[in-house]
Ligand binder design. Structure first.
Ligand SMILES: C[S@@+](CC[C@H](N)C(=O)[O-])C[C@H]1O[C@@H](n2cnc3c(N)ncnc32)[C@H](O)[C@@H]1O
Length: 247
């Protein structure tokens, strides 16, 4: 998805885009932000969308830089967070160095999704470069393990409706053309999914130390269109990594 695609989503963002902070039942994001809170410090919300996490950052840091490639999303974020006077908004592409000084705490939720590998590597490098030495990054990405687990549950769901196993497997089958690269088609869009070890490895390569990686669950309805409203846990999940910038 490019800038124009994200601009198109801006008006219907709440309906179309999974809210990770809203579904974070264990409040891992809020706890992490509060743990690293610094009223004299700076924070970044990178790929902030319509600004769901801006208030949390603005209440815990002296200055917040909110950046997004979509000017329409940024405009909505600014309106929705108007009460917070300590937020600076930037229409910026993470594929380029970000237009503000490195921050103490950077948060980036589900932004490394659709860019090709080389561009995604540049985005990750710029993201890590936006954290001061000794500062922290909170990064949320889609989990490949979760996508495969959802396929398993979908086959079971079909079988429970009386489908023969072979039919259930065929119907639940995904486009696996680039599964080896972690690309899974989600909502019609080829989307990068990460395994836990890959995410840790990438962060270490980009100068981030001691990545602590945990699950953030989200409702079945965002993983499987066919999911009944009461589909049993374990729920699907994103990976949330928290890492410290070396130095
Ligand atoms: C799935 S949404 C997540 C938004 C927000 N982080 C949230 O959790 O609600 C992805 C966001 O990343 C932004 N984005 C995508 N590519 C970007 C890039 N290259 N530079 C900056 N923002 C980007 C999109 O405009 C969109 O707002």
């Amino acid at each position: 998805m490019d800038e124009a695609d994200w601009d198109d989503v801006a008006a219907t963002f709440e309906q179309e885009i999974l809210s990770v902070p809203k579904h974070d039942r264990r409040k891992r994001i809020a706890q992490c932000v509060k743990k690293h809170a610094n009223p004299a410090g700076t924070a970044g919300d990178i790929g902030c969308g319509i600004g769901r996490t801006i208030a949390l950052l603005a209440e815990n840091f002296g200055t917040v830089h909110a950046a997004d490639i979509s000017s329409r999303c940024i405009a909505r974020a600014e309106r929705l967070n108007a009460p917070y006077g300590n937020v600076r908004y930037h229409h910026a592409d993470l594929a380029q160095p970000l237009p503000f000084r490195p921050v103490d705490f950077a948060l980036c939720i589900n932004v490394l999704l659709t860019a090709p590998r080389t561009k995604r590597q540049t985005m990750l490098a710029n993201l890590c470069a936006t954290v001061k030495p000794g500062g922290h990054l909170l990064l949320v990405v889609p989990a490949l393990e979760s996508a495969l687990y959802a396929s398993h549950r979908l086959v079971q769901l079909y079988e429970s409706k009386g489908m023969k196993p072979a039919v259930a497997q065929r119907k639940a089958g995904r486009d696996t053309t680039r599964l080896d690269m972690g690309i899974v088609v989600a909502g019609g869009t080829p989307t990068k999914h990460f395994i836990k070890e890959e995410l840790a490895d990438l962060l270490l390569q980009h100068g981030m130390e001691a990545p602590d990686i945990k699950k953030i669950d989200y409702p079945w309805s965002f993983a499987l269109e066919e999911a009944p409203y009461n589909m049993a846990p374990p729920l699907p999940w994103n990976w949330m990594a928290v890492a410290r910038k070396a130095g």
